[in-house]
Design a protein around this ligand. Structure first.
Ligand code: NAP
Ligand code: GLV
Length: 310
C-alpha cells in the first residue's frame, strides 16, 4: 500500500509521514516529493494539495483530507474524477470547536471588547447585558461541529437556533431547514456563528443582504471558511453600525495578508485558523484507522460526499 502525503509545510509533511509510518507498519508511506513510482500510489493524505498533484497518481483509490472540510481538495481543477474522499473528524476537533464558539459568543454577549476599552481608559464603566436566555444566537450548519456548538450554547442558556439543509432535532435548539427558512432563522439573531462547509451554495453567504436580516448591533463569528464571507460587505456593515463586532478565524487568503484591513479594525478579532485544529497525534490515529478500514472494506465512517461538496 503506497500512501503519498502532502501538506503545504515540508516540516509538517515529514512529521505526518513519520507518524503514519509508526501507525501503519508494512505500508509504504512517503512525502509526495519522495514518491518514486507514482503508479503505486493508492492513497493520498493531504491538506491543501497543490493543483494537479493528485492527478499524477493514475491508480489513486482514496484521498484523505487532514481536516473536516474537503473544499481544499475539491478546489483542485485537475482533481481525478470519482476518487472517494475521507475527511478527518473526531471528538477532539468537536471539543475544540465547542470551546472556541463558547468563548467568542460569551465574549460578544458580555460586550468584552467594550469592557476592555473602558479598562484602557480607566473608566469604571459597568456594562449590564441581558441574561443568556434573552440573547438569540444562531448557528449556520448543524453537522459534527455546528450541532455540538449549538448544543453547547443551549447548555449555557442562550436562546439557540440552528440552520441546516435537512431537518434536525437537537435538544434545546430551535432548528430551521432549507434555503426557504433562512430569513426566519436570521430574523432577530444577535450573534451569528458560521459552521457551514464551503460549497457552491454557501460561497459568499455572509454578505450585505444576510447582515441586513440580523438584529441591529449583531455580532458575527466566522469559524468555517474565508470564502463564506464577502469582506467588503462586512466592513460596510461594521461602518454603518448594523454589525457591532466580528470574530474571524478563516480568510480568503491564509495567512491573512499583513495589509488586509481586518488586522487593524477595532471591531474585528482575528484568530489564525485555530478554532479547531486537528490534534496531530489524534488525527494520525483517526487517519490510520480510516485508511485500514477503507483498504479492508472499501469504506469507513468518515466518507465525505464529493458530489454534495462536504
Ligand atoms: P459537516 O458535518 O459536513 O456539516 C455541515 C452542515 O452544514 C450540515 O448540517 C449541512 O446540512 C449544513 N449545510 C451544508 N450546506 C448547506 C446549505 N446549502 N444550507 C444549509 N445548510 C447546509 O461539517 P462539520 O464537520 O460540522 O464542519 C463544518 C465546516 O467547518 C467544515 O466544512 C470546515 O470548513 C469548517 N472547519 C473549520 C475549522 C476551523 O478551525 N476554523 C475546523 C474544522 C472545520 P445537512 O446536515 O442537512 O446536510
Ligand atoms: C479545518 O479547517 C478543517 O477543515 O478541519
Amino acid at each position: 500500500m503506497t500512501v503519498a502525503v502532502y501538506l503545504p509545510s515540508e516540516e509538517k509533511t515529514h512529521w505526518w509521514v513519520e507518524m503514519l509510518q509508526g501507525l501503519l507498519p508494512g505500508w509504504d508511506i512517503a512525502s509526495i516529493e519522495d514518491i518514486k513510482d507514482r503508479a503505486a500510489v493508492k492513497h493520498a493524505v493531504v491538506w491543501r494539495p497543490r493543483p494537479g498533484d493528485l492527478a499524477t497518481f493514475p491508480h489513486l483509490e482514496v484521498i484523505v483530507s487532514i481536516g473536516a472540510g474537503i473544499d481544499h481538495v475539491l478546489a483542485d481543477p485537475e482533481l481525478p474524477a470519482d476518487v472517494p474522499i475521507i475527511r478527518t473528524v473526531g471528538d477532539d476537533l468537536t471539543q475544540r470547536m465547542r470551546e472556541y464558539v463558547a468563548l467568542h459568543v460569551l465574549r460578544h454577549h458580555r460586550d468584552m471588547p467594550r469592557q476592555l476599552q473602558a479598562q484602557a481608559e480607566k473608566d469604571w464603566h459597568a456594562i449590564v447585558v441581558p441574561v443568556a436566555p434573552n440573547r438569540t444566537v444562531g448557528v449556520m450548519g448543524l453537522g459534527n461541529l455546528g450541532a455540538a456548538a449549538a448544543e453547547t450554547l443551549s447548555g449555557l442558556g442562550f436562546a439557540t437556533r440552528g440552520w441546516s439543509k435537512s431537518e434536525k432535532t437537537i435538544q434545546g435548539v430551535e432548528t430551521y431547514a432549507g434555503a426557504g427558512t433562512l430569513d426566519a432563522f436570521l430574523s432577530g439573531c444577535e450573534i451569528l456563528v458560521n459552521l457551514l462547509p464551503l460549497t457552491d451554495a454557501t460561497t459568499g453567504i455572509l454578505k450585505a443582504d444576510l447582515f441586513g436580516k440580523l438584529a441591529p448591533g449583531a455580532c458575527v463569528i466566522n469559524c468555517a471558511r474565508g470564502g463564506h464571507l464577502v469582506d467588503d460587505d462586512l466592513l460596510a456593515a461594521l461602518k454603518s453600525g448594523h454589525i457591532k463586532q466580528a470574530t474571524l478565524d478563516v480568510f480568503h487568503i491564509e495567512p491573512l495578508p499583513t495589509d488586509h484591513p481586518f488586522w487593524d479594525h477595532p471591531a474585528i478579532t482575528v484568530t489564525p485558523h485555530v478554532a479547531s485544529q486537528i490534534d496531530a497525534a489524534t488525527g494520525g490515529r483517526l487517519i490510520a484507522a480510516n485508511l485500514k478500514s477503507f483498504a479492508e472494506t472499501g469504506t469507513c465512517p468518515d466518507m465525505a460526499d464529493a458530489a454534495r461538496g462536504y
